[in-house]
Design a protein around this ligand. Structure first.
Ligand SMILES: NCCCCCC(=O)NO
Ligand SMILES: [Zn+2]
Length: 343
């Protein structure tokens, strides 16, 4: 399976993440892609650098002011005299005005951030641009050939909403790729999110639309990040009613139960006659993931890849989460090789 990856993904070298009340070394680290690349190359996968697609595909799903904020935030933060990495510490919380975008970079950080764990630093914007290019290269290849592809996207994207970053995400790679497919003439695209965490950003971007079916299997938001979206009663709005499917599951859910739940999502994708499948591939459903709570073992990822291939759709996999760094490469390659065994 052809893989797309841009070396500029490494440009984000954040030093801090707010975790358990302390600033720690980020779980979403550049070493993640090193380990995936190592396993891909050992398994004989071709890795190709994508074209640079510019900002147009980004602004097809994200707010242009938000994109400009991401591009200028780090410089503005430093110009304002801050010495650490850019981390928000105030939000337009429920009792404050929601219609104000302050000129202060501190105020803008809170306006555009959905969570506080994700810092903005040197190279963040450039890495996010590289990540969405990997996604676009992969989906363009699949659209052109019908063959499956893998976008080794770093940073990940599924928490990024129309005008919000967080959960280690800045541009919603899956949404950008889905919109690109629609702009290329596909009528209906499915985004299947198998990451441990709900893809709140992907949901929000397509929530009122019926040309993208969003289906997500994830840890119950009642007890799992992002907490405030991802419940089963969120089924879409307006024309999008019925085109958003959330399958929250309790921490510790067995793989057997997870795979049975996957059947529900795949059945809906088939019913909706989707022409392209984009898989938000988070391998943080691995039992050893440090910040997640599902129970996949290495070989379960092979079964996952096989089952997805049986859906029989042109498929693009896009990297989302996965923080058990030592095993991330094997777990990713297992999905892709499982898929190829059937496809
Ligand atoms: N405490 C922050 C949790 C961020 C979740 C990142 C992720 O893997 N999302 O899929
Ligand atoms: Zn995740």
């Amino acid at each position: 399976m052809l893989t797309f990856f841009s070396e500029d993904s490494r440009l984000r070298q954040a030093r801090t993440e707010l975790h358990d009340g302390a600033l720690v070394s980020p779980f979403e680290c550049p070493e993640r892609v090193d380990l995936v690349l190592e396993q891909l190359r050992q398994a004989g996968f071709e890795v190709r650098a994508p074209d640079a697609y510019g900002l147009e595909p980004v602004c097809a799903v994200h707010d242009t002011s938000y994109v400009s904020f991401l591009e200028t935030c780090w410089q503005a933060w430093q110009t304002a005299g801050h010495s650490g990495e850019a981390i928000p510490n105030i939000w337009p919380a429920r009792t404050l005005r929601q219609d104000k975008i302050p000129h202060s970079v501190s105020g803008q950080l809170g306006y555009y951030a959905l969570a506080a764990e994700t810092s903005i630093c040197e190279g963040t914007f450039e890495a996010a641009m590289a990540s969405k290019d990997a996604a676009l290269g992969a989906v363009e290849y699949t659209l052109a050939t019908g063959e499956p592809s893998f976008g080794l996207c770093r940073p990940p994207g599924h928490h990024a909403a129309f005008d919000q970053f967080g959960g280690y995400c800045f541009f919603n790679n899956a949404a950008i790729a889905a919109q690109h497919a629609l702009d290329a003439g596909r009528r209906r695209v499915a985004v299947l999110d198998v990451d441990f965490h709900h893809g709140n950003g992907t949901q929000q971007i397509f929530y009122a639309r019926n040309d993208v079916l969003f289906a997500s299997l994830h840890g119950d938001p009642d007890v799992t990040f992002p907490y405030y979206l991802g419940y089963a009663d969120e089924t879409g709005a307006g024309e999008g009613q019925g085109f958003n499917l959330n399958y929250p599951m309790a921490p510790g859910t067995s793989v057997a139960t997870w795979m049975k739940t996957l059947e529900q999502a795949l059945s809906a994708i088939k019913t909706h006659e989707c022409e392209l499948l984009i898989v938000s591939l988070g391998v943080d459903i691995f039992e050893g993931d440090p910040i997640s709570a599902f129970t996949f073992k290495r070989d379960d990822f092979i079964a996952l890849g096989k089952r997805l291939a049986e859906a029989g759709l042109p498929t693009t996999f896009l990297m989302e989460g996965g923080y058990a760094v030592e095993e991330i490469g094997v777990n990713v390659v297992n999905v892709l090789q499982g898929f190829e065994q059937i496809n």
